[in-house]
Design a protein around this ligand. Sequence first.
Ligand code: F6R
Length: 607
Amino acid sequence: MCGIVAAAAGNNIVPVLIEGLKKLEYRGYDSAGLAVIGAGAIERVRSTGRVAELEAAATGTRAVTGIAHTRWATHGVPCEKNAHPHVSGTIAVVHNGIIENYETLRRELTAQGYEFTSDTDTESIAHLIQASLQGEPDLFKAVQIACRRLVGAFAIAVIDQNQPGKVVVAREGSPLLLGVSEAGNYAASDASALLQVTRNMVYLENGDIAELTAHSVKIARLDGTPVERPVHVSQLSAAAVELGNYQHYMQKEIFEQPEALANTLEIVGGSKSIQPGIFGAAAADLLADVDSILILACGTSSHSGYTARYWLEAIAGVPCNVEIASEYRYRTSVPNPRQLIVAISQSGETADTLAALRHAKALGQPKTLAICNVPESAIVRECSLRFITRAGPEIGVASTKAFTTQLAALFVLTLVMAKVKGRLSAEQEATYIDQLRHLPVAINKVLQLEPAIKSWAKRFADKHHALFLGRGRHYPIALEGALKLKEISYIHAEAYPAGELKHGPLALVDANMPVISVAPNDQLLDKLKSNLREVQARGGELYVFADADSEIREAEDIHLLRLPEHYGELSPILHVIPLQLLSYHVALVKGTDVDKPRNLAKSVTVE
Ligand code: F6R
C-alpha cells in the first residue's frame, strides 16, 4: 500500500528518493510522485506509470530536501491529478492512510477560499497545513496544529519552500520510521527504503511528529511535548531485498522457505523440549490459565490460523476459534478474559488485524500474542507475548514464506499449550521437535517437484475457474491454494472441504473445471478418494498432490504428483508448497504481473 520516502541531506537527494520508492514498489501502487525544494520553489514531478517512469521524468531535478510517494488509490481513480505530492501554496505533502473527516475539512477549506484540484482526501491535509501556517509560521508547529484536526489514519511528510532544508513528518495509525546518519536524515514507510543510506532507524510511535534537517532530528508528540525515541540498528540485510538470480520475488520467496523455516525455528535450538518462555518472559504465567484461543487475522494469515485450529484442538486439547479480523472487530462478541488472543500478521501493520486486536483488548481480553514477521510493527508492540517469524522481508504481494513460517510458529504454540495442559509426553514432544527441525530438508525435496508442476501449469492457461479440495487440516491448505491462484493468475478459484462437494459445488464440475486436490495419506484419505470419484464421474479433470505412499493411481483423468515424504501432523506445511509453485507457473504462462498483481497491495494499512 502507499509508500513514503523523505530526505534532508547535504547532497542531492533525488536518487535516494527514487531508489527508496523502488524498494517500496512491492507494497503495491498505481502512481508515483516527488516534490523537492529546488531553486527557492517547490518542483513537483508525478507519473501514473512505474517508478522507472518517474525517474525518467525527474532527470535533471536536483535538491537537498524532498519528499516522494507511491500511491495506491483509495479516494479517486489513479491519475496524475490524484497522485501525490499535493501542493497548497508554499507547501507539498505526501500521505499514507485514510482521512475519515476529509469531506468536512474540504467543505470548511473551500469556504475559506482554498481550491481543490484532486479527488483525494490528502489534498485537504495540504490546505489544512497551509491554513495553519497563516497563524503559525513554523512548519513543525503548523503541522502539529493541522494533525490535531485529522480523524483517521495517516503518515505524512511535508516540505515548505519558505523553510528550505527542513522536512516535517508525522504518524497516527500508518507506519513511518526515520533513518539517521551523518550525511543526512530520512523518513520512510519501511526500513527497506532506507538501507541504501543508513542502518540506524528510529521507529516513530502513533501521535509522534518529527522535524528533519541534514544535521538534526527533533521529535515531539502532536501536542508539542518533546520525546526521545531510541535508535535501532536494523538487522535487515540489503541482499534480502534484492532479487538476485530470480525472475520474481515470489519465486525467490518460495525457494527461500527452507532457510526461512530454519531461521524461524532456530529459537527452538538443539533441545528436546520447548519452554513457554519462547513467547516472552511473561508467557508461563499468562498461558497457565488460558482456557481457549481466538485467532484474528486476514487473508493468507487467516489460513495459517485455520490450520492451527486443527493442531490446537487435537494435540493441545484447547478450544480454538479463528475469525477474520474485519468481521470480528464489528460484531458483538462475548469476551472471555481467560482466552488467548493470537494476532497473526506478516506485516504487523494490517489495519483490520490491528483494530481487531485493540477491540479484543478493549473488551477486556488482556492475554494477547502476536505471530508476526516484523519485530518493530504495531501488532507486535501492542501484544503482551510475541513470536517473531524470521522469514526475512517478503516483497512479493502473494504471501508464501510468511505463511509456512507462521505455521511453524503455530505448531510451536500448539506444543507449548499441550505441555501447559499436561497433554504431551516428553517422548512425543521430542518427536515433534525432530520433525520441526527436519522441515527445511523436507521442503527442499518438495521444491524439486517444480519441473513437473510447471508442465501442469500450461493446462491451466485457458481455464477461467478452478476448484481446490482438501479435508481436515488440509482444507485450509486448499483455501490457500485457491487464494494464491486467484490473486496472481486472475483465474477464479474456490476451495471446499471435499465432503461438501455434493452439497452444491459438484454442480460446477465438468471438463472445463480443473479440480486440484490435496491428498496426503492421513485418516481421511479413503473419504477423500470417494469425493474424487464423484468428480471423475462428472467428467472432471483431477490434479492430485498425494504422498509417496497414498494409494492413488494416475489415470487419463487423474494427473498425479507425489510428495516425497508423508509428514504426519506437519504435512500442511509441505503440501502448500506445490500449490504456491502451481500458481506461480500458471501466472507466468498467463503473463500477469506476478509480484504486483492488479488492484492488490502488500501491506493493507487502511480499512
Ligand atoms: C495473500 C496475502 C494477503 C495477506 C493479508 C494479511 O497472498 O498476502 O491475503 O495475507 O493481507 O496480511 P498480513 O499477514 O501482513 O497481516
